[in-house]
Design a protein around this ligand. Structure first.
Ligand SMILES: Cc1ncc(C[n+]2csc(CCOP(=O)(O)OP(=O)(O)O)c2C)c(N)n1
Ligand SMILES: [Mg+2]
Length: 427
């Protein structure tokens, strides 16, 4: 991985406060950073924009007939864990199918965003966190929310703006979290803004004497924002336990990744931050989990952030209103063959970690749970008009933020004392 070399490179060069280097000189030829790549195949195609008068369309070029690779054996997952992840992925997919139906029945207020094709990335990554660690999901990470303990019922009620939903009907989309039980920071729509927030959570935990892993996500489009750079850089220089999944699903709205950035792999950007970068096949739950687990372990050991690029394809439009007509059809065919759930299911059956009968029972259990949650959510009440006036200002001390792990090691008094000592020293 890139990190060790980067860090030793940092040590060998003295940099003065004005940025001038002194001492040992590092030649470009000495730089031998590398990015770990866990994939068993490297898709080889690119998109080209074709203009015909006012009409703009994309054409795909490359090898779309390649065989689907096997799932890469996990170094860490046992049978029970693997089956659990598989179940989360199924729940994720089937819950989104239920949401789509609810939308078509006119029961959803607002839009619906799907993570179709990205279930392995959401579920296997969040599965690597410990319960008292933190997650900041984005819109496609409903699977991560399920793994963190939100129920399909919570999510369905949220989309239908029901009184019992996490935001009590105030938001009809994914803007909810829970800082008390699930340790989930609500998604921030302004792309990239979650990254410094999660870095801040890791910093807060450190001030309380704990190195924890904090995980968040950004897309191939969103990673171009300035705050993405600021957030990762902050985490890097502060050595904070940020685990960042860059979900390269090949599209940001209707912009193909090929028109969003020029680097071959987004993970290469890790080199510029001086942190480890890893590439995984985002449709392979084992690769996603292994990379997430290793990054979490680094975070817990105080070794700083990790940048993980997960490659896959967004298998629907940006949201339910977008039919994704601009995506060349052969691309869907290619990625459908790499469906993360079907691949993982075949892997588990082939390994005899799941029998056909067990699989049938598991699928039926997921269907049953979803049907019960859907019924509950559909039949639960909308908020009363009067309730709109409540919950705006603090009514019961809920704004009080208590330390999660311990009291900060540095008290205000110590900081003031140190500052005044420093001031004396300067005089
Ligand atoms: C700073 C900022 N710019 C633009 C937007 C509008 N916007 C919302 S989602 C989106 C596309 C994001 O694409 P990507 O990051 O690849 O994520 P994906 O939708 O593929 O998961 C854009 C441009 C925004 N929310 N924030
Ligand atoms: Mg994208």
């Amino acid at each position: 991985m890139a990190s060790k070399k980067n860090r030793s490179h940092k040590k060998s060069v003295r940099v003065s406060s004005n940025g001038r280097r002194s001492g040992e000189v590092v030649h470009a030829s000495d730089r031998s950073y590398s990015i770990a790549d866990y994939r068993l195949e490297k898709p080889d195609f690119s998109l080209r924009q074709v203009r015909n008068g006012d009409e703009v369309r994309y054409e795909v070029e490359g090898d779309l007939a390649a065989e689907v690779p096997p799932i890469r054996e996990s170094k860490y997952l046992d049978k029970k864990q693997s089956v659990e992840i598989y179940r989360w992925m199924l729940l994720n997919r089937k819950m989104e199918a239920a949401l789509e139906n609810l939308y078509k029945q006119g029961k959803v207020v607002g839009g619906v965003y799907f993570g179709l094709g990205q279930e392995a990335c959401s579920c296997a990554s969040a599965y690597a966190l410990k319960p008292d660690e933190w997650l900041g999901p984005m819109i496609r990470n409903q699977g991560s929310l399920l793994v963190r303990g939100f129920s399909p019922r919570d999510i369905m009620m949220q989309y239908m703006a029901k009184a019992g939903s996490p935001t009590k009907g105030r938001d009809a989309s994914s803007h909810f979290g829970d800082i008390k039980e699930h340790n989930v920071v609500a998604p921030i729509s302004t792309l990239g803004d979650l990254i410094p927030v999660l870095a801040g959570v890791a910093l807060g935990a450190r001030l309380q004497g704990r190195n924890i892993a904090v995980m968040t996500y950004i897309g191939d489009g969103g990673q171009s924002t300035g705050v993405t750079y600021e957030g990762i850089n902050f985490a890097a220089v502060q050595n904070l336990g940020l685990v960042l999944f860059v979900e390269n699903n090949l599209w940001g709205y209707s912009t193909p990744a090929d028109m969003q950035f020029c680097v071959k792999d987004l993970a290469e950007r890790a080199i510029a931050y001086g942190i480890p970068g890893i590439i995984v096949d985002g449709t392979d739950a084992c690769q996603v989990y292994d990379a997430a687990h290793e990054a979490c372990q680094r975070a817990r050991g105080g070794e700083g952030p990790t940048f993980i690029e997960a490659k896959m394809m967004r298998m629907k439009g940006h949201a339910i209103h977008d039919a994704a007509e601009y995506v060349p059809k052969p691309l869907f065919g290619y990625w459908r063959k790499r469906d993360p759930i079907a691949r993982f299911e075949n892997y588990l059956l082939g390994k005899k970690w799941l029998t056909t009968a067990e699989n049938g029972a598991l699928v039926a259990g997921v269907d049953q749970q979803l049907e019960a949650d859907r019924e509950f959510a559909v039949n639960s009440p909308m908020p009363t008009p009067e309730s709109a006036a409540g919950g705006v200002y603090c009514e019961n001390g809920c704004h009080e933020i208590k330390p999660k792990y311990a009291l900060p090691k540095l008290t205000t008094r110590t900081i003031i004392k140190r500052r005044s000592e420093a001031a004396v020293h300067l005089k």
